[in-house]
Design a protein. Structure first.
Length: 444
């Protein structure tokens, strides 16, 4: 599209590129913190501390999602929430360099969890407030792609950096990248003339998927005990058991993810892989995941959502169990070989398929009624499952072995698959049946 003078016209959504440097900054930080703790404390105690750090990160993300969501609705200042979020995130990243203790590193990582989630909701609402409705799907896809490319680039940087320089020094360039995003947001984003409430995000699948991919917690309201009872008492009757069964399966999935993902980096470090090699393994998973999401929406479209979710669960669970077997028989540097094959399959292909299918079912459930409380229960159980899985991961790895932790992650996914089997044949209604239109997947 060109202006009358023949110059390219600036698109209103060009501001999405400001997300890229911040994604570079956030991509490697979890792996960096775990490696720093492992290097400081050694494989035994370091594994437990690394699990505590990830559990604290996941736990803080729950009140953070509530706080920034309500702040977005109350303040109606999209630009400044994004700018402040990126700026404070940079300060937190810089502060890692000055931390000389494991408790300090865990506390700083928890603070990072809180401040880094500030931009998730304002970014998604900005698209709906500044773009024409017909462009929403494409712009949300571009926003998600910027995040994925940035995370991947951050892991590439970390892989190269850690082979030459001290690990903790990496936080300096990562902080600079976050500051660059703050500067870009300050100059490229304009406050919308009309603002929307967060409820608008859940009415269109592209915005819903994009928001969950950025932060898998959405609290429109704080769920009460009655909300949990309302969701799960449907288990008593087969005709109303779809939603509670879906939630139970998702809880088992995130519990498994917490168990496995938290111990992967400590396992690789304990098996004598260098910092650079550990980053390379995580990079391989992110690289495959980025490309898998490009095709997951089309793969899921027209297929049974429960059956497709089941495929993702079985593939991911099989990869976890096989990694557990290899951790038992090849607990050393050669463990990197099966990991470079199986981890990208689990974190890339299997995750993309399961995420797209299961969250389409979640999207369909919130289109009926009580959307706020339903999403609140979903977010609460996901956050708690991730936290609990991360917390127990370090202890099981130290006292039972990494192979047992990986197999436990696979067993939990097997249980999730068994629950999903019960959902086959009683699919949750699609958008067409509930008269809600949307796009196929987060990157379609």
């Amino acid at each position: 599209m060109r202006s009358d003078e023949g110059r390219p016209r600036k698109r209103r959504s060009d501001w999405v590129y400001c997300v890229l440097p911040a994604a570079v900054a956030s991509g490697p930080i979890g792996t960096l913190v775990q490696l720093y703790i492992m290097t400081t404390n050694g494989p035994g105690l370091g594994t437990i501390y690394a699990g505590v750090a990830v559990a604290a990160f996941n736990f803080i993300s729950i009140p953070a999602a509530m706080f920034w969501g309500f702040a977005t609705d109350r303040l109606h200042k999209r630009k400044w929430l994004i700018v402040v979020g990126y700026t404070v995130t940079a300060v937190v990243l810089f502060s890692f360099y000055f931390e000389q203790s494991t408790p300090g590193a865990i506390a700083t990582y928890s603070l990072f969890s809180f401040v880094s989630s500030a931009s998730a909701t304002p970014l998604n609402l900005l698209i709906m407030e500044t773009e024409e409705k017909g462009r929403w799907a494409g712009t949300f896809a571009r926003l998600s792609m910027m995040s994925s490319i940035g995370n991947t680039a951050g892991l590439v940087l970390s892989t190269v950096w850690s082979s030459t320089f001290r690990l903790i020094l990496l936080t300096i360039p990562l902080g600079v990248f976050s500051l660059i995003s703050a500067g870009l947001a300050l100059t490229m984003i304009s406050e919308p003339k009309i603002t929307l409430e967060r409820e608008a995000m859940i009415l269109r699948k592209p915005s819903f998927f994009s928001r969950l991919l950025a932060l898998p917690l959405i609290f429109l309201t704080v769920p009460s005990a009655e909300d949990f009872r309302r969701i799960f008492r449907g288990l008593r009757y087969s005709v109303t058991s779809q939603i509670p069964l879906l939630y139970i399966s998702i809880v088992l999935f995130y519990l498994s993810s917490g168990v496995f993902n938290t111990s992967l980096v400590p396992a690789l470090y304990s098996y004598s892989l260098s910092h650079s090699e550990v980053f390379a393994v995580i990079l391989a998973g992110m690289f495959v995941q980025t490309f898998s999401f490009q095709y997951a929406g089309r793969y899921v479209s027209g297929r049974s959502l429960a059956a497709t979710s089941l495929q993702g669960l079985v593939l991911r669970g099989a990869c976890y169990v096989m990694l557990g077997v290899f951790a038992l028989v090849a607990a050393g540097p050669l463990f990197v070989v099966p990991t470079l094959i199986l981890y990208p399959l689990a974190a890339g292909v299997a995750f993309a398929v399961y995420y797209t299918a299961s969250n389409t079912m979640i999207f369909n459930t919130v289109q009926h009624r009580n959307a706020g409380s339903t999403l609140g229960v979903y977010s609460a159980v996901v956050g708690v499952a991730n936290t609990v899985g991360s917390f127990i991961s370090g202890f099981t790895s130290v006292y039972l072995g990494f192979y047992a932790t990986f197999m436990l992650g696979g067993a939990l996914l097997g249980a999730a698959a068994l629950v999903m089997v019960r959902l086959r044949g009683m699919e949750i209604p699609s958008e067409r049946e509930t008269k809600i239109s949307g796009q196929d997947g987060p990157h379609s």
